[in-house]
Design a protein. Structure first.
Length: 149
């Protein structure tokens, strides 16, 4: 897997096409793609949107066509971008409660879940997950990057 930079519109459109209810896209955003080098195709993307500089919040949306995309390098870049490059103090992630796999992943990454009834419509609940920079830097996924054993 190889990271793809500089194709914000294309990666954002790819991600939006894979997320139900995201037909209008993300507006002003930055995106990082993940290319499967063997297949020579875009297989995943991360979109950083709804940046709020005052409180230091940014929202992340991601989607993929394969579960193999989430390598250690991708995972590190996914959060080093908002926390280390942009200077965010919190990343926000919205997930359908029906997306059990993503709910498990978010919890494993250290996100704090906030359950909201009907968040995605009358018949679909959801979560707003939050991850602070402190929680990310102290997580099992980043200790080697931040000088911890």
């Amino acid at each position: 897997m190889r990271l793809l930079f500089g194709y914000n519109e294309e990666v954002a459109a790819f991600v939006a096409s894979l997320i139900p209810g995201c037909e209008n896209g993300f507006g002003n955003c930055k995106a990082i793609g993940v290319v499967d080098e063997e297949a020579a195709e875009l297989v995943a993307g991360m979109v950083f949107h709804d940046w709020q500089p005052g409180p230091g919040l940014i929202q992340i949306s991601s989607a993929s066509t394969t579960p193999r995309w989430l390598t250690a390098e991708v995972r590190h870049k996914m959060f080093s971008y908002p926390f280390d490059e942009v200077g965010c103090q919190m990343v926000v992630l919205q997930v359908s409660a029906a997306n059990e796999r993503m709910v498990r992943i978010a919890k494993a990454f250290g996100f704090t879940p906030h359950f909201i009834e009907r968040m995605r419509g009358r018949n679909e609940d959801g979560y707003v997950f939050t991850l602070t920079d402190d929680a990310w830097r102290n997580s099992k996924f980043t200790r080697k990057y931040h000088g911890q054993a």
